[in-house]
Design a protein around this ligand. Structure first.
Ligand SMILES: *Cc1c(COP(=O)(O)O)cnc(C)c1O
Length: 338
């Protein structure tokens, strides 16, 4: 509880470590976990999650930009940058090659990981360009360390996951031969995100890039527990009479005289406005009226409200995915590790 008005986030360290224990059971080694910290660690706080990861003994991280990688450099031995170019030499950082024509943009000596398209058709080189990519990487003087891919529907129990795996297996075999031919060191291979890792019965890749499972919002294992809770604090209370309307546009008419309090969490902080008039807290406090930029109103007079402790509940109501709920939480919300 803070004195200033600012909704705040708590991070449950025990749940975080519990999730990492469960993930380690799948990867069989902490060293094979690359924790995905892009987008402010899925809204949890980049530095907070990086420091907890280090305490647990995680050595690898995945981010989107080099600027994020620099902020967390001291916590990890290895950082994969998904979509950026290096501005300075750095032994810890690896950069993803997402396109055959981007290879010449990396400075000589850069450690790179080649992304191949196994069926998602978003980023990565076409498998027919594998040899060409090796030629270009060699010519550019880059240090190729890994070949990786990404699943488009690992979270849906369809056959797609299997054919993407089988595409990747062929690419692995070919890449191993090419690595010998071109004189690169033994390559690492990785393709698993959270959903894929939890579907794999005998994980044998070199690492898994895990995001949502670490944060406890993956349905695949009921023992995974959400890490982030969001609390809002009361700004004011008033009594509202039957027939009066609350909030912008007067969209909610009060049916019985009651106390209504206003809290410091609105869509400007990451609350989904589509939940206006359609949300109850885990303790059954009813949201009334439109969610405003920095405010939302609830029936009652509690000093503070737990808005959510599981982003999946909000995601279902707002017809989106927990990733969007979490990454919408603004970076300036206070974050406290419990
Ligand atoms: C975001 C991301 C992940 C993590 O996905 P989760 O579903 O959160 O585990 C893994 N790999 C890549 C390339 C990503 O962009």
């Amino acid at each position: 509880m803070y004195n200033s008005f600012m909704a705040y986030i708590t991070l449950n360290k025990n749940n975080f470590f519990n999730n990492l224990d469960i993930i380690t059971n799948h990867t069989k080694s902490k060293d094979k976990i690359a924790i995905v910290l892009k987008d402010n660690a899925y809204g949890h706080g980049l530095i907070e999650i990086a420091s907890l990861s280090k305490i647990y003994g995680i050595k690898k991280a995945v981010v989107r930009f080099e600027s994020e990688a620099k902020r967390i450099e001291k916590f990890f031995e290895y950082i994969l940058v998904l979509a950026d170019y290096p501005t300075s030499a750095n032994a810890k950082m690896r950069y993803a090659i997402n396109d055959i024509n981007s290879i010449q943009k990396f400075a000589k000596g850069t450690k790179v990981e080649l992304k191949v398209d196994t069926g998602m058709h978003r980023n990565g080189i076409d498998k027919s360009d594998l040899r060409l990519a090796f030629i270009k990487i060699k010519k550019a003087g880059l240090k190729l360390e890994a070949v990786f891919s990404h699943h488009r529907s690992a979270d849906e129990l369809t056959s797609e996951w299997f054919w993407q795996n089988s595409n990747f297996k062929k690419i692995k075999d070919e890449a191993k031969e090419l690595a010998k031919e071109f004189g690169f060191k033994t390559l690492r291979f990785h393709s698993a995100n959270s959903a894929s890792l939890f579907r794999t019965s005998n994980f044998d890749e070199d690492m898994a890039r895990v995001g949502i499972a670490v944060y406890g919002c993956l349905d695949a294992d009921k023992k995974l527990a959400p890490v982030l809770s969001l609390y809002a604090q009361k700004i004011s209370t008033r009594s509202v009479k039957r027939g009066q309307k609350v909030g912008y546009g007067g969209t909610k008419t009060i049916l019985n005289d009651c106390l209504v309090s206003n809290y410091d969490f609105g869509y400007g902080d990451g609350f989904f406005r589509t939940l206006s008039n359609n949300f109850k807290t885990p303790h059954n406090k009813e949201l009334i009226g439109k969610i405003s930029m920095d405010n939302s109103s609830f029936i009652g007079e509690d000093e503070q409200l737990l808005i959510f402790k599981d982003a999946r509940v909000l995601a279902n109501l707002a017809r989106t995915i927990p990733y969007e709920i979490l990454t919408s939480l603004k970076a300036d919300l206070k974050r406290e590790i419990l």
